[in-house]
Write a protein that binds this ligand. Structure first.
Ligand SMILES: Nc1ncnc2c1ncn2[C@@H]1O[C@H](COP(=O)(O)OP(=O)(O)OP(=O)(O)O)[C@@H](O)[C@H]1O
Ligand SMILES: [Mg+2]
Length: 436
């Protein structure tokens, strides 16, 4: 593209936006009282100038030239007034900080092939969450994917932390939801019982800039939780299991770390599994329950456990199986033949629950810190749809989220800070694990 082509495109974009700003200004005058007043003051001024033009311009003092001067003023005054009106509308339709935003984006390289950066169309506080500012941009042909890829740069340009970006007005504009850079998520959010969701079967994880982050196991049945050591996996896992217990689920926990993570209070309320032989037995029981429930649902023609419970009044509980380091169950390195056989049985039972558990109310919450893609087989991994990753290196992030985003976005010293598969960053609630 030649320099002249680029200049033509830039000119046309500017003209288009001038018109758009005028239109926005007109709506703003109707919607915003002080802008309406400003326009009213301008129009009153213009009418007064018109009415008193004779005095203002002292037309009588110019003798024979007076009629000529009057004609000129009669012609020019309306032209100036209309010009002024249009300029005022453009001004009222121009968002604060529009030029800074555009220059900032240009500097960080979010530009199209004609060298244009996106144009800020408007900027306002979000109606649902007043902490958030919504920036509406004409993307000037830059696709949302590129914005996502350059997220960190866009944040620098806007001096904000982005909560989400999405298309608006049928892909005509891009909306960026953000908070000022200084107002990051808090480092500690203590859990309070009032956060417990009343909805079946919704578990709360923490808070993002957009509000609470939840998972509904009735819709997304299984959770895969990753993060390097000390990232906050065990705290989050306990937070989820505590809520599952309170909602009446039966919880099974495989804990081969010698019980350090789950203090005594848990042992009375959950089925604890400390040995691998017991684990196979427990998973065998869970898959047997799955088969049993399959039969019951088929007999009664119910599509899922909630419908079944409602139809029969049986009150079958949801069952949650959790493991804090799933890689340890499945990694065959250094195992003898018998142990390998056991590991593959464990794997096939987990895979069955992962594939079929949803309708029958049997759930997996599996955590790992091991950046080893081969350890969690696709059969299991592909069915764990709710993916959460804490601080991690790019390999672990890739395994959990299918992208390196957690390595890029979670600070190295962050604890309890997680990234969701959909790009949401959140601070997990801090739960000490005793009060269950
Ligand atoms: N939600 C949170 N908010 C604030 N701090 C947290 C949070 N979660 C964890 N932490 C801090 O991080 C520490 C490590 O947390 P946790 O034991 O859950 O990590 P982990 O990922 O399970 O580590 P490991 O892989 O070594 O078991 C905790 O002792 C706590 O100090
Ligand atoms: Mg842990």
């Amino acid at each position: 593209m030649t320099r002249t082509d680029k200049d033509h495109i830039n000119k046309r974009t500017e003209n288009r936006h001038l018109l758009r700003r005028m239109k926005t200004g007109l709506t703003a005058v109707k919607d915003t009282p002080y802008k309406g007043l400003l326009l009213g003051a301008y129009l009153t001024g213009a009418v007064l100038v018109w009415l008193f033009r004779g005095h203002l311009f002292s037309l009588d003092n110019y003798g024979m030239f007076s009629p000529v001067l009057e004609a000129v003023i009669n012609l020019l005054l309306p032209l100036y007034s209309v010009g002024g009106l249009l300029a005022l509308l453009v001004l009222l339709g121009t968002p604060w900080g529009g030029r800074e935003a555009r220059e900032g984006l240009q500097r960080v390289g979010l530009t199209n092939h004609a060298g244009e950066a996106p144009v800020l169309l408007s900027k306002y506080a979000d109606g649902d969450n007043p902490r958030l500012t919504v920036w509406e941009f004409d993307p000037c042909g830059i696709p949302l994917k590129e914005w996502e890829d350059k997220r960190a740069r866009v944040e620098t340009a806007l001096d904000s932390i982005i909560a989400k970006m999405e298309w608006g007005e049928g892909r005509k504009i891009i909306r960026v939801y953000a908070v000022p850079a200084a107002s990051d998520l808090p480092a500690l959010l203590p859990w309070k019982d009032k956060y417990l969701s009343p909805d079946n079967f919704v578990l709360v994880l923490g808070e993002s800039l957009l509000g609470p982050v939840t998972v509904n196991l009735a819709h997304i049945p299984h959770v895969l939780l990753g993060g390097s050591t000390g990232s906050g996996k065990s705290v989050l896992l306990k937070l989820l299991l505590m809520q599952a217990l309170r909602k009446g689920a039966e919880v099974y926990i495989a804990d081969f770390k010698g019980g350090v993570d789950f203090p005594k209070a848990w042992h009375g309320k959950c089925h604890m599994v400390f040995r691998e032989d017991d684990l196979l037995y427990v998973l065998g029981q869970l898959t047997a329950v799955l088969e049993y429930r399959k039969g019951r649902l088929a007999e009664t023609g119910c599509p899922n456990i909630d419908a079944y419970n409602e139809a029969t009044g049986d009150g079958l509980p949801r069952l949650v199986f959790a493991c804090d380091e799933v890689a340890e169950l499945l990694d065959r390195t250094g195992m003898d033949k018998e142990q390998k056989e056991r590991a593959s049985q464990i794997e096939s039972k987990l895979a069955l629950i992962a594939r079929q558990g949803r309708a029958f109310g049997i759930h997996l919450i599996l955590a790992t810190q091991r950046p080893d893609a081969t350890i969690i087989p696709g059969q299991i991994r592909n069915n764990l749809d709710f993916r959460v990753c804490g601080r991690a290196d790019s390999v672990l992030s890739q395994i959990i989220l299918d992208s390196t985003a957690a390595a890029d976005q979670i600070p190295k010293d962050a604890r309890g800070r997680f990234l969701l598969h959909d790009g949401t960053v959140f601070q997990g609630y801090w739960f000490d694990g005793d009060g269950i």
